[in-house]
Design a protein around this ligand. Structure first.
Ligand SMILES: [Zn+2]
Ligand SMILES: [Zn+2]
Length: 344
C-alpha cells in the first residue's frame, strides 16, 4: 500500500475508533456516578377550599425507573408528607408511611403494591422503615401489617438500633442491601431521638426526613442535632450528593413559612436542598438562641421553648392585670373611707 493511502486509511480508522468509543461511553453510565433523575418544579399544593376542589390523595413521581417520590396532598393532611420508594433487585425500601392511616382516604399500601415489580411470580419483598417515630411519618404502617413479604422496622429507639445493628448509637453507619443497591443509614437524632437519614448510593440522594427540609427544623435536643449535622457532613465528604430530600415543604418561593396547619401551599418552594444547606446547618446553630434562628432555606426553632415563653408572657400579663385591678380597688376603697370619715 503506498504511504499516503496507508496514512489516510490509518487516520480514518482512528476516527472511526474514536467515534465508537464516544458512542459506547455515552450509552453506558460512568461507573460509580449517580443514576440521574428528574424532580418536578411544583408538587400538589392543596387548595384554599379542599371540599370545593377535591385533590387526589397521593402524587406519585418517578425520579428514575427505580426511585419513586410520593407526596401526600396538603388537603389529605396539612403535614403533606413526602415518602420514598427505592427498588433494588431483591427488595424494595419504603421510607416513611405518612400522616394518614385510613386506606380509603390514603390508599398508600395499594399504590406501593402497584409500583412494586414482580420477582419469581410474586411482588418484590418490601421493607418499611421510618426517618423517625413522629406520627406523621408512620401513621400508614397498619396498611402494611397484613401484607405478605413486608417487614416493618420498629419505631422505638431500642428497636431501631437493634434492627439496623447500631452498637454505638449515634455513631456508626448501617447498610441496607436491596440487591444491587446499597442504602446507608445514618443516625441523626436532635429533632427526635429515633431519627435516621438514608443515603442512597444509586442516586446519590440523602433522604433527610425532618432533620433537614425547606421549612421548620423543630429542635428537641440542640447539641445532638448539631452533632448529627457534623456527622452527616463528614459522611458525605467523599460521596456524591445530588439532592437532599426531606419529609415536608413549609416555605414558599419567597422564603415565608406557611401558617401551621394550612392545607394550601401557594407558590410552594422546591423540595430539594443542596450540600451547601447541609454544611450551613451546624453553623446555623451558632445563631440559635434556644428559640429561633433563620437560614435562607430553613428555620431553626424549638416549639417547646417557644410555648414555654408564651406561657410565661401570658402568666406575667395575667399577674399585671390582677395587680392593676387590686390597686384600683384599693384606691377606690381608701377614697370611699376618706369621704365617709369627712362626713361627705
Ligand atoms: Zn418529626
Ligand atoms: Zn414530619
Amino acid at each position: 500500500m503506498p504511504t499516503t493511502i496507508y496514512q489516510a486509511f490509518c487516520s480514518a480508522a482512528v476516527r472511526v475508533l474514536q467515534l465508537l468509543i464516544l458512542i459506547v461511553c455515552s450509552a453506558v453510565p460512568v461507573l460509580g456516578a449517580p443514576v440521574e433523575g428528574s424532580l418536578p418544579t411544583q408538587w400538589n399544593i392543596g387548595a384554599e377550599d379542599c371540599k370545593a376542589s377535591p385533590q387526589p390523595p397521593l402524587q406519585v413521581h418517578a425520579y428514575e425507573p427505580q426511585t419513586f417520590i410520593l407526596r401526600q396532598s396538603p388537603c389529605a393532611s396539612f403535614e403533606a408528607n413526602f415518602l420514598y420508594l427505592l427498588i433494588g433487585s431483591d427488595k424494595a425500601l419504603l421510607i416513611d408511611t405518612g400522616a394518614v392511616a385510613d386506606p380509603k382516604a390514603m390508599p398508600l399500601a395499594k399504590t406501593i403494591l402497584e409500583l412494586l415489580p414482580d420477582k419469581d411470580h410474586k411482588k418484590l419483598p418490601l421493607l418499611v422503615a421510618h426517618t423517625h417515630r413522629h406520627l406523621d411519618h408512620r401513621a400508614g404502617d397498619p396498611q402494611f401489617a397484613s401484607l405478605p413479604s413486608v417487614q416493618t422496622v420498629p419505631i422505638d429507639l431500642e428497636g431501631v438500633r437493634a434492627f439496623f445493628g447500631f452498637t454505638d448509637w449515634p455513631n456508626g453507619i448501617s447498610h441496607l442491601d436491596l440487591g444491587g443497591r446499597i442504602v446507608d443509614v445514618i443516625p441523626t437524632p436532635g429533632h427526635n431521638p429515633t431519627h435516621v437519614a438514608f443515603y442512597d448510593n444509586r442516586t446519590g440522594i440523602l433522604f433527610s426526613g425532618d432533620f433537614l427540609l425547606p421549612g421548620r427544623l423543630l429542635i428537641e435536643d440542640a447539641a445532638a442535632y448539631r452533632e448529627s449535622a457534623v456527622r452527616v457532613v463528614d459522611f458525605l465528604k467523599t460521596r456524591p450528593l445530588t439532592h437532599i430530600l426531606g419529609g415536608h415543604i413549609e416555605l414558599d418561593t419567597a422564603g415565608h413559612a406557611y401558617r401551621f396547619g394550612s392545607h394550601y401551599h401557594p407558590n410552594e418552594r422546591r423540595l430539594e436542598l443542596a450540600r451547601e444547606d447541609l454544611t450551613a446547618l451546624s453553623a446555623a446553630f451558632d445563631g440559635f438562641n434556644g428559640f429561633y434562628a433563620r437560614h435562607r432555606n430553613y428555620i431553626l426553632t424549638n416549639t417547646i421553648h417557644n410555648l414555654l415563653l408564651l406561657a410565661i408572657i401570658a402568666v406575667a400579663v395575667l399577674i399585671l392585670i390582677v395587680w392593676g385591678v387590686r390597686r384600683l380597688l384599693r384606691r377606690r376603697r381608701s377614697r370611699c373611707a376618706a369621704d365617709y370619715s369627712a362626713g361627705r
